[in-house]
Structures are given as structure tokens and as C-alpha cells.
Ligand binder design. Structure first.
Ligand code: NAD
Ligand code: UGA
Length: 439
């Protein structure tokens, strides 16, 4: 079976490489020649743990090739996955489907009869049915199957998530689509991964509802953290105890600076927009969008207020990526917080283990440092923004001695009160009591 993967971003590249690892012949297509050149040279274009080894091995064994030639690739493929971006449309927050439509038109022009076209990108309800009609109009009389196969991988653990998903969701329109999906996911099926076979529309809603629910869970615990701060509570103790109730579950209950990334922000906006459009308001998610935006701003305000009180002139920011183990900075809290600090007249010294090269062009005026210690050197305030392993075991006494001030904002609750003992740092975390204030 020949697979074509259209789009080699975080989802397309990981999926393409993993399908090759399953033993299929995979051709990955991207319209960006710079990406394809690097992939052809065996260079991984995104930072994703474990991906480089699989890419090199499968390319060497001839199961994985990269090209910009969509037409030839599609004309030879049995199953064609669309994994292009679906960003937020400026203004109304709706998902911008222009890349999906463009890819569908190119596929329609080139596909062979009986091809199976699968949308892996996250698309709003009704898109698969629309694309099916669009392709049918472009190629009247040519049989093909339409499948919705949303992806649930997380950046930073994408390979593991793809290889061991909680479930595979496939929305189908006909039996041939179901049979094709059972074949491509057979290696997972053998590991007893549940496969939900449903309608195109259900598959689309499942993807958005899953992300919206997780984003809501994070937002919920962030608000619990605010309450804990006011009354001397500890959000980690609360999260642990409520998470032990199986009906609630312990995951996605880490309070922080607000969710970011290429998906939760845009998907919650698109889901809310769909609700408005369909006259089925998703009021909880509307609130999640607003509360999360306000939260990112309020984090910057906390730092600015502390700087004004202490006379600090510079801030060390540790972590720019929206989460650890990725170089993705899309809608990262850092992109809201750093410009706000600069606007308040504070100099920003930043470090990130992987995201510097993508962050540098979009964060002008930042002083880039090679390590957390270099960043904190001379800084009045330090802010731990992304919980990279590199920041989990910092020598806090050394940090304190390097800094010109002594305030450490740990917006990921990485450290405990014990870790702070004897450091002299004025430690402020999220939803937990202050430590060492006034030392
Ligand atoms: P991305 O922006 O990283 O990559 C998209 C790629 O598609 C780009 O390299 C672009 O050049 C290419 N492309 C666009 N149009 C093309 C065309 N016509 N032909 C060939 N290539 C084309 O996007 P991503 O983060 O991989 O996300 C893709 C989709 O998957 C989105 O809908 C997203 O919501 C969804 N998703 C993403 C994640 C994630 O962790 N990033 C997880 C699950 C689902
Ligand atoms: C998320 C989902 O977890 C994936 O299942 C989904 O496939 C993907 O979106 C998508 O549709 O693209 P991802 O964006 O890679 O994956 O990252 P998450 O681990 O979900 O984190 C999202 C944001 O929430 C990050 O900013 C993270 O720091 C924040 N978060 C997460 C918290 O603040 N607290 C938590 O407890 C969990």
C-alpha cells in the first residue's frame, strides 16, 4: 500500500515517518522546498524526541521519501493523508480552511480511481463532507473514498503518542474507507488500540471536543490556583486530591501561565465560533478563551508590579517554547509576556534549549543567552516560563548570587519550598504559598 502525506509539519512529518516505520511505502509532500531539501538530506526540520532516528532509518531503507511533487505522488498513492495547517482566521477566530481546500483541489486533479482521501488536519464539522463534494465536482465519475482521521498526538511526545495512542478515531463514508483505515492502522490494532469507526461529522466533533475539554480542564485548575493564592491554599495538593477521583482524572491539572501552543488556542476559538455559527453556543469554551487570554496578561502584570516595587530593570525569562521538548512557539505565553515586559521598560534576557532560532525573529530587543545562568546574570527578576528539564535542577544559590535582585517567579511550580531553603530567593509560584518573601 502506498501512502501520500500532504504537509510535513508537526503532524504530517511524525505521521509519515511512523507509517513508514509500520512498513508502508510513504511519500511526504510539502510545498515548501526548503523543508523538503532538508528532509531529503536526512535533517529533521522540527525538534521532536525520537523522530530523527526513525526518519533516517526509514529513509535509508527506502520506505520514506520526500518531495515537492504533489501530482506525481498523489497519482501513485492508494491512501492520501492531508496534514496541512488549519490556523485561526484573523478577526473571527474561525478555522482558516484555505490550505485544506488548496490541497484538496490539487489531490482531485491528480488522484487515481478508488483512492482514499483522509483529512488528518483538525477541521470544523462539515469540512469532510464539503471536501468530498469539492473533489467529486472536480473529478465527476471517478470513485474515491473520504475519511476523517483526526490526530491526537502531543508535541514533545509525538512519536510515542502516534505509536501508542489511547484510541484511533476514523470517520467514514463508505466501507472502502473503513477497510483502508483498518489496514493502515493494523500494527496498532494488533496492540489492541481501540478504533472508533464513526461518521465524518462525529470524528470532526470528537477532535474539537477533546481539545476543548482539555483546555477547559487546564483553565479550571488555573482559576483554582488564583483562589488558593488568595486564601493561602496549595493548588498542587488540591489537584492531587481531586485528580484521584477517577471521574476527574489526574492529568491536565497543572496550574501555569495559561495554555499556549499551535492547537488549544486556535481550536478553542474555532470550536466557539462553530457553536455561534450553528446557534449552539459553547459558552464554557467562550469563557475558556477569554480567561486564558486574561491569564497570560495577568502573568506579565505580576512581574511588572514586582519590578516596580523593587526597582528591577531587567528580567530573565527561562523558556520560550509553549511546552518542553518542542521548538514550537506558536501562541506561547512567552509571546504575550515578553513584549508586555518590554513595553513596561524592562530589559529581557532569555534562554530556551531549542526555540531560540524560531523565537529570535519574532521577539525583537531580547538579549539571548546560552544558559539559564547566563540569563539570570545581573537580572533583577527571574521567570521560569517553560518546565524544560534543564531548569528543573538549577543551582538556586548560584542563581541568587548571579542576580542583581532576588525574585524568582516559577510559573510552572517546578520547585518546592524545600528547594528554596537557604537560597535567599523571594519565590513566587502559581497557586502556592510564597516562600522567603523579605529574605
Ligand atoms: P504545520 O504548520 O507545522 O505544518 C503544515 C505543513 O503543511 C507546512 O509545512 C506547509 O508548508 C504544508 N502545506 C500547506 N499546504 C500544502 C499543500 N497544498 N501541499 C503541500 N504542503 C502543504 O502544521 P501542524 O502543526 O503539523 O498541524 C497540521 C494540522 O494538524 C492542523 O490542523 C493542526 O490543528 C492538526 N494537529 C496538530 C497537532 C500538533 O501537535 N501540532 C496535533 C494534532 C493535530
Ligand atoms: C494538545 C493535545 O494534548 C493533543 O492531544 C492534541 O493532539 C494537540 O493539542 C493538537 O490538537 O494539536 P499540545 O498542544 O502538543 O497537544 O500540548 P499539551 O501537552 O496538550 O499542552 C497544551 C498547553 O497546555 C501547553 O501550553 C501546556 O503548558 C498547557 N498545560 C497542559 C498546562 O498548563 N497544564 C496542564 O496540566 C497541561
Amino acid at each position: 500500500m502506498k501512502i501520500a502525506m500532504i504537509g510535513t509539519g508537526y503532524v504530517g512529518l511524525v505521521s509519515g515517518v511512523c507509517f513508514a516505520e509500520f512498513g508502508f511505502q510513504v511519500t511526504c509532500v510539502d510545498k515548501n522546498p526548503a523543508i523538503i531539501e532538508r528532509l531529503q538530506a536526512g535533517e529533521v526540520t522540527i525538534f521532536e524526541p525520537g523522530l530523527d532516528e526513525l526518519l533516517v532509518r526509514n529513509a535509508r531503507d527506502g520506505r520514506l521519501v520526500f518531495t515537492t511533487d504533489l501530482a506525481t505522488t498523489v497519482s501513485e498513492a492508494d491512501v492520501i493523508f492531508i496534514a496541512v495547517g488549519t490556523p485561526s482566521r484573523r478577526g473571527d477566530g474561525e478555522a482558516d480552511l484555505q490550505y485544506i481546500h488548496a490541497a484538496a483541489d490539487e489531490i482531485a486533479a491528480a488522484m487515481k480511481p478508488d483512492a482514499v482521501v483522509v483529512i488528518k488536519s483538525t477541521v470544523v464539522v462539515g469540512t469532510n463532507a464539503d471536501v468530498r463534494e469539492r473533489i467529486a465536482r472536480a473529478r465527476p465519475g471517478v470513485p474515491f473514498s473520504m475519511v476523517s482521521n483526526p490526530e491526537f498526538l502531543r508535541e514533545g511526545s509525538a512519536v510515542e503518542d502516534f505509536m501508542r495512542p489511547d484510541r484511533v478515531v476514523v470517520g467514514v463514508h463508505d466501507e472502502r474507507g473503513t477497510a483502508a483505515m483498518k489496514r493502515v492502522y493494523r500494527p496498532l490494532y494488533l496492540r489492541e488500540t481501540p478504533m472508533i469507526v464513526t461518521t465524518l461529522e462525529n470524528a470532526e466533533i470528537i477532535k474539537y471536543a477533546a481539545n476543548a475539554f482539555l483546555a477547559m480542564k487546564v483553565t479550571f485548575i488555573n482559576e483554582v490556583a488564583d483562589l488558593c493564592e488568595k486564601v493561602g491554599g496549595n493548588v498542587q495538593d488540591v489537584a492531587r486530591a481531586i485528580g484521584m477521583d477517577n471521574r476527574i482524572g489526574s492529568k491536565f491539572l497543572h496550574a501555569g501561565p495559561g495554555f499556549g501552543g499551535s492547537c488549544f488556542p486556535k481550536d478553542t476559538r474555532a470550536y466557539a465560533a462553530t457553536g455561534r455559527k450553528m446557534n449552539a453556543p459553547q459558552t464554557l469554551i467562550e469563557q475558556v478563551v477569554t480567561v486564558n487570554e486574561l491569564r497570560k496578561r495577568s502573568m506579565a502584570e505580576r512581574v511588572i508590579e514586582a519590578a516596580q516595587k523593587t526597582g528591577a530593570k531587567s528580567v530573565a525569562v527561562l523558556g520560550i517554547a509553549f511546552k518542553p521538548n518542542t521548538d514550537d512557539i506558536r501562541e506561547s505565553p512567552a509571546l504575550d509576556i515578553i513584549p508586555a515586559l518590554q513595553k513596561a521598560g524592562l530589559a529581557v534576557r532569555a534562554h530556551d534549549p531549542e526555540a531560540r532560532s524560531v523565537a529570535e525573529p519574532v521577539l525583537p530587543g531580547v538579549i539571548w543567552c546560552k544558559s539559564a545562568y547566563e540569563a539570570t546574570d545581573g537580572a533583577g527578576i527571574a521567570v521560569l516560563l517553560t518546565e524544560w528539564n534543564a531548569y528543573r535542577a538549577l543551582d538556586l544559590k548560584r542563581v541568587a548570587s548571579l542576580m542583581s535582585g532576588n525574585i524568582l517567579f516559577d510559573l510552572r511550580n517546578v520547585y518546592s519550598a524545600q528547594d528554596l531553603e537557604g537560597t535567599g530567593l523571594d519565590y513566587r509560584s502559581v497557586g502556592r504559598p510564597l516562600v522567603g518573601k523579605g529574605d
